[in-house]
Every structure is written in structure tokens, then in C-alpha cells.
Design a protein around this ligand. Structure first.
Ligand code: SF4
Length: 290
């Protein structure tokens, strides 16, 4: 397993920070084409709380994001334009390409990362992504969350797990680096089911991983289930025990981009332990020898 920091240093020669961007997109499980309401844990902002509004030009969104971390990052750091909110490929190929070109032309941007779902990668979109690889390194982040179709039904993911390995194969054929998002602690999931998810990703050839515990955010369907005591939330030790087992399953060259998420404080209900970010970072550093 390689940490994201070490990976970035090897590939780019310095630290890399993300500059989050929003596009004018939604998700197929929000707009009625496959479902409505979105994934039960997902916030109204489509997991893009750290990004600017899509109406702002891409360049301005990037400048704003860079200025927020510049002091911490210093002058030597590089930036990844991160198309984070909702499903960033759920749009016309032309719109996506224009946005990618604009982001790539911004000063300090050395790579692009596009968050999407395995069922939103048409041939035309893959062609757009392929052309982006020729401009600069590209990561595509797939929200899998779980390999269980039963859990996927419970969380309203609205695509079958079988779409995931096919998407990974098509992206890798196009020379794209694939990062998979996995959530541990989804309703009804046993540890064995969570490890099945990791196994599927490893077998499919995912290059990178973003692990997170299940967060309960305000104004989500999960919030209601939580207050009805229908969802159990993992304690910190319990969660990192699972992460440790997951990491053991990864090949040596797999990159762990995230050991746990960072829920937006303003709308975060649980778990309580994630609210103390510094404490969590120290714990992760100690436990995983980072
Ligand atoms: S597909 Fe992603 S952005 Fe859309 S509702 Fe699910 S988690 Fe949220």
C-alpha cells in the first residue's frame, strides 16, 4: 500500500492539494432517470460541500480553492482540479470537455480528478476522458460504496454492482487511473460483506482507494433512519479495525487516498468522533505508521 502523499511525491515531485470544482450536473438517482432522492447518505450538495457554486467560472472556482489552502500548501505544492459534486460525467460530452480544458489551463493545475459513477461513462464520455489524459494525468473516482446489490438497494444507489468491474476495465483501457470510493458501516453490512467489496475492487484492478465511514448528515434520508435507531454507527476503533483489514488485502502498488472522510461540520450529525479532525489524523498516522 502506498499513501497518497508518497504517490504524489513520486509522480509529481511535490505535495498535491485538491481544488474542488462544481459542474452543473446532478445524478441519475436524483433526477428520476433511475431514481429520486439520491443515495440515502448524500447531502443536498451532492458531496460537494467544499466546492464553489457551478455558476462561477471554472477558473474562479479553482483560484478560490487554491487561495484557501495556499498558506498551508506553500509555493512548491501542485494542485489537482477535482470535479467533486454530484456525478461529474452526467452531462453532455461537450460540456465536460470544455470544463476539463478550462481547468487544465489554470496555473498550478497539474492533474484532474473526476468523480462519477460506473453507469455514467458512455463511449463518448470515455473519448473525452481519453483526450484529457493527453493533457495531464487524470484520475476517475468511482462511487461504488459496496459490492452488495442488496445494500445498494437500501442506499438507493440505483445501479447494479456488475457495472463497476466493466467501468474499471474500460477506464483502464483508456489509460485512466481509477480510484474507488468505499463506505464501511453501511446499514446491514457485516465485516465479511465489507471485505467482499474490497476484494471486488482489487480483482477489478482499481488503482486507488478512498475509504470512509458512514456519515449521518442533516437533511438526508439516512438522518431519519438514524434517529429511528435503524442504523448503527461505527466507533473509531471499530472502523479503523476494518480499514486495517482492508489495507491488508490491497496489492503493494495500491494507493490509499483516504483512510476516512471529512464530513462537513455544519451538517454532520454522526459519528461524533469524526468531528475532532486533528485527533483522527493523529490516530491514523500512529496506527498506520504514516
Ligand atoms: S451518486 Fe454520488 S453524488 Fe449522486 S446521490 Fe449518490 S453519492 Fe450523492
Amino acid at each position: 500500500m502506498i499513501t497518497a502523499n508518497n504517490y504524489y511525491r513520486n509522480v509529481f515531485g511535490h505535495k498535491m492539494y485538491k481544488a474542488s470544482i462544481s459542474l452543473n450536473v446532478t445524478c441519475p438517482n436524483r433526477d428520476g432517470s433511475k431514481g429520486s432522492g439520491g443515495c440515502i447518505f448524500c447531502s443536498e450538495g451532492g458531496s460537494g460541500e467544499f466546492a464553489s457554486h457551478f455558476e462561477e467560472p471554472i477558473k474562479e472556482q479553482i483560484e478560490k480553492a487554491v487561495s484557501q489552502v495556499r498558506n498551508k500548501a506553500g509555493n512548491d505544492a501542485g494542485y489537482i482540479a477535482y470535479f467533486q459534486s454530484f456525478t461529474s460525467t452526467y452531462c453532455s460530452p461537450c460540456y465536460l470537455e470544455k470544463a476539463l480544458v478550462e481547468a487544465s489551463s489554470c496555473e498550478k493545475i497539474e492533474a484532474v480528478s473526476v468523480a462519477t459513477r460506473p453507469d455514467c461513462l458512455s463511449d463518448e464520455i470515455i473519448e473525452v476522458l481519453k483526450r484529457q489524459v493527453e493533457r495531464m494525468p487524470l484520475f476517475v473516482e468511482l462511487g461504488l460504496q459496496t459490492a452488495s446489490d442488496k445494500t445498494a438497494g437500501l442506499i438507493n444507489r440505483c445501479y447494479k454492482t456488475e457495472e463497476y468491474p466493466k467501468a474499471v476495465a474500460r477506464l483502464k483501457d483508456a489509460g485512466i487511473n481509477v480510484i474507488t470510493h468505499i463506505i464501511f458501516g453501511l446499514p446491514g453490512e457485516t465485516k465479511a460483506m465489507m471485505m467482499d467489496t474490497v476484494r471486488l475492487c482489487v480483482d477489478s484492478g482499481s488503482d486507488g482507494y478512498k475509504f470512509t465511514c458512514l456519515y449521518v448528515l442533516k437533511n438526508t434520508p439516512l438522518e431519519k433512519l438514524f434517529f429511528e435507531n435503524k442504523v448503527e454507527i461505527l466507533e473509531m476503533e471499530e472502523y479503523f479495525d476494518i480499514v486495517e483489514d482492508a489495507v491488508r488485502m490491497l496489492p503493494d502498488n495500491a494507493v490509499v487516498h483516504r483512510f476516512t472522510g471529512d464530513g462537513p461540520k455544519k451538517i454532520l450529525i454522526a459519528p461524533e468522533w469524526t468531528k475532532n479532525k486533528r485527533q483522527v489524523i493523529n490516530y491514523v498516522n500512529r496506527r498506520f505508521g504514516l
